[in-house]
Design a protein around this ligand. Structure first.
Ligand code: DX5
Ligand code: ZN
Length: 217
């Protein structure tokens, strides 16, 4: 099996000591830093915005994988670039003109991702897969860390893998929500390239060791 990339979600970090947690990620085997932006409209929670992302960027030595759970993401694409995003993922359900949004993200110099909520079928991406650098499968309903993994996500990941292979595209598959030391191997087996983990990493006794373990498939 291919070694997955690990993107710890700082939603579960200690916000009173964020610098310390970012430094831990810098010296760990983490590949990216997953940054969850919530607006209190698309999801029933508010996380943080540009000032916090900029502060993280100053310390971070790994790419920022920014996941927007916000309505009208088009309004802020350039600001996320300026704040330090390398990968910018928008929610499918928040984009009326997804093709245009993806082109704007790429024109802004970032990799473009699309996230699918648990109820959104992967085949909706059939006609746009070549324009997407990464598909994020939400394996919980977005809004909070530490939720239970939705088992149907395995089927979605397998279907998405098939869709990508058939299209001959090199789109990556990221899974986000409820990833644990019990299910990560099966997720990689189903076709996942990037594992997001919040609670599993930050609530563990030794986050750096947990990150290393998640790479062992
Ligand atoms: C959920 C966020 C996730 C979250 C994952 O809305 O998109 O990135 O931080 O947290 P865990 O890994 O704790 O389920
Ligand atoms: Zn996320």
């Amino acid at each position: 099996m291919k070694t997955p990339l690990i993107a710890p979600s700082i939603l579960s970090a200690n916000f009173g000591n964020l610098a310390r947690d970012i430094e831990m990620l810098n010296t760990s085997k983490a590949d990216w830093i997953h940054v969850d932006v919530m607006d209190g409209v698309f999801v029933p929670n508010i996380s943080f915005g540009f000032p916090v992302i900029k502060a993280v960027k100053k310390i971070a030595e790994k790419p920022l994988d920014v996941h927007l759970m916000i309505v009208e993401p088009d309004r802020y694409i350039q600001q996320f670039k300026e704040a330090g995003a390398e990968i910018l993922t928008v929610q499918y359900e928040a984009c009326t003109h997804l093709h245009r949004t993806l082109q704007a993200i790429k024109a802004g110099g970032m990799k473009a991702g699309v996230a699918l909520n648990p109820h959104t079928p992967v085949n909706l991406l059939n006609d746009i897969i070549h324009d997407i650098d990464m598909v994020l499968i939400m394996s919980v309903n977005p809004g909070f860390g530490g939720q239970k993994f939705i088992e149907h996500s395995y089927t979605k990941i397998s279907k998405l893998k098939e869709l990508i292979t058939k299209a001959g595209s090199n789109t990556l598959i990221e899974v986000d929500g409820g990833v644990t030391l019990q299910n990560y191997k099966q997720l990689v087996k189903a076709g996942v390239d990037v594992l997001v983990a919040g609670n599993t990493v930050f609530a563990s006794a030794d986050p750096a060791i947990t990150i290393e373990t998640l790479k062992q498939v």
